[in-house]
Design a protein around this ligand. Structure first.
Ligand code: PLP
Ligand code: ZN
Length: 399
């Protein structure tokens, strides 16, 4: 889609959509889902013209939201940007739990203040904006909770229809917010994989566009902005270790993509953090595959977890997640619901932050990896608190 009115162009440097597995190049000016190569069907990566460089001083006068990186995002026309102020979230050091931190520097990147209370806002802001630019009228998604609320809000803002498939067992507030934002909410007797199968079939039958995790290219672009922010907020020196609660893996793959783009732009050097994937004990496919040295994960669903965002039995982009963990010399670890719940309370009481159980899990994972010596003296550690705890309270024993 050409932007003829130069006044409203974003300056996006997007070039095409490239398959990271087979290299097939796809035209970014038309609607795409996954790689067209039937033997592949991989997630597509948006590719940008980065070789000419881009001076990072452009950021100085930009608004404090993720669209400050608009040249590195896919939307061509400013008028199509659907924003509710997502991104540029704070980085907050551990203050009162320093006895666990020793001589490490440990920080949270706190995503809980995003619109709809989670970092899903970044992905859906990008995906809904681009869908609007491409003329899409109905967007559907399977969700474990937060993606549905974020889709519903951005779709309301964009004036497009949203249809959300969510497991029945998700706390009520996740369903209520979808309905309040005017989305059609379908509660399913099953897990997110069951929701995903239904959306696949119905999207095909009804001509809906689906934004299921990593089955369209642009939620990844929104979530990668965390990587840009981490570099900018740490004055272009990345931390040594980043902990990430891994469901579908969008944020993990996205941050890694951002680091590579920034190196190409000349904004950072070649140093990379070690990336740590944290999963729930009941849904540990990535951890098992990582520890077994396998290139893809097996279907793993041990049932309910309070961290609904982590109940993804088989991430669509498991191959990419595992590649990032290995390239970064990272690690993968599981945390039980009991541990998450204890961590959530410890952080709330001592640090004044009420986190989603997915985020709180990272604190327990940090303590474990510190105890084994995997985190070394003096290393700088960043944990991504992906969401607010307020939506999860019906499943948290507060006493
Ligand atoms: C979705 C979600 C995750 C997992 O994110 P992925 O990008 O799917 O790996 C983690 N935490 C919260 C709060 C979420 O909503
Ligand atoms: Zn391919």
């Amino acid at each position: 889609m050409m932007v003829t009115d130069i006044e409203t162009g974003t300056g996006s440097l997007i070039k095409n959509l490239t398959c990271p597995e087979c290299g097939t190049v796809h035209n970014a000016e038309v609607i795409n889902t996954v790689c067209v190569n039937d033997a592949c069907r991989s997630t597509l990566f948006a590719t940008y013209n980065l070789d000419a460089g881009l001076d990072k001083s452009i950021l100085l006068k930009r608004p404090a939201n993720m669209w400050r990186y608009k040249e590195l995002l896919p939307v061509l026309d400013e008028k199509n940007i659907i924003t509710l102020g997502e991104g540029f979230t704070p980085i907050i050091p551990i203050e009162n739990l320093k006895q666990f931190v020793g001589d490490n520097e440990v920080f949270w990147k706190d995503e809980s203040g995003n619109p709809t209370g989670s970092f899903k806002a970044r992905g859906l802001s990008a995906a809904v904006s681009k869908a609007k630019e491409l003329g899409i009228e109905t967007i559907a998604t399977p969700t474990a909770g937060n993606a549905g609320g974020a889709l519903a809000a951005y779709a309301a803002r964009a004036g497009v229809k949203a249809i959300v498939y969510m497991p029945k067992l998700t706390p009520q507030v996740f369903k209520d917010e979808c309905r309040l934002y005017g989305a059609e909410l379908v509660a399913i007797d099953g897990n997110i994989s069951d929701c995903g199968k239904l959306v696949n079939e119905l999207a095909l039958q009804n001509g809906w566009f689906q934004v299921s995790t990593l089955k369209e290219p642009y939620r990844l672009e929104g979530k990668k902005t965390m990587g840009y922010e981490i570099a900018e907020q740490f004055n272009w020196q990345l931390p040594d270790v980043i902990f990430y609660p891994t469901g579908g893996g969008t944020g993990l793959i996205g941050m890694w993509k951002a680091f590579n783009e920034m190196e190409q732009l000349g904004w950072i050097g070649s140093n990379r953090p070690r990336m740590v994937a944290v999963q729930s004990e009941s849904c540990n496919g990535i951890v098992s595959a990582f520890n077994a040295g396998l290139p893809v994960s097996e279907f793993a669903d041990g049932g309910f977890t309070i961290a609904n965002g982590l109940r993804v039995p088989k991430p669509y982009a498991d191959r990419q997640i595992l590649k990032v963990l290995r390239e970064s010399n990272g690690a993968a670890i599981t945390i039980s619901d009991h541990e998450m719940s204890a961590a959530l309370k410890e952080i709330a009481r001592n640090e004044g932050m009420l986190m989603a159980p997915e985020g709180a899990a990272l604190w327990q994972a940090f303590k474990k990896l510190k105890a084994t010596g995997w985190i070394e003296a003096g290393e700088k550690v960043l944990m991504i608190n992906t969401g607010s705890g307020y939506k999860y309270l019906e499943n948290i024993d507060i006493y």
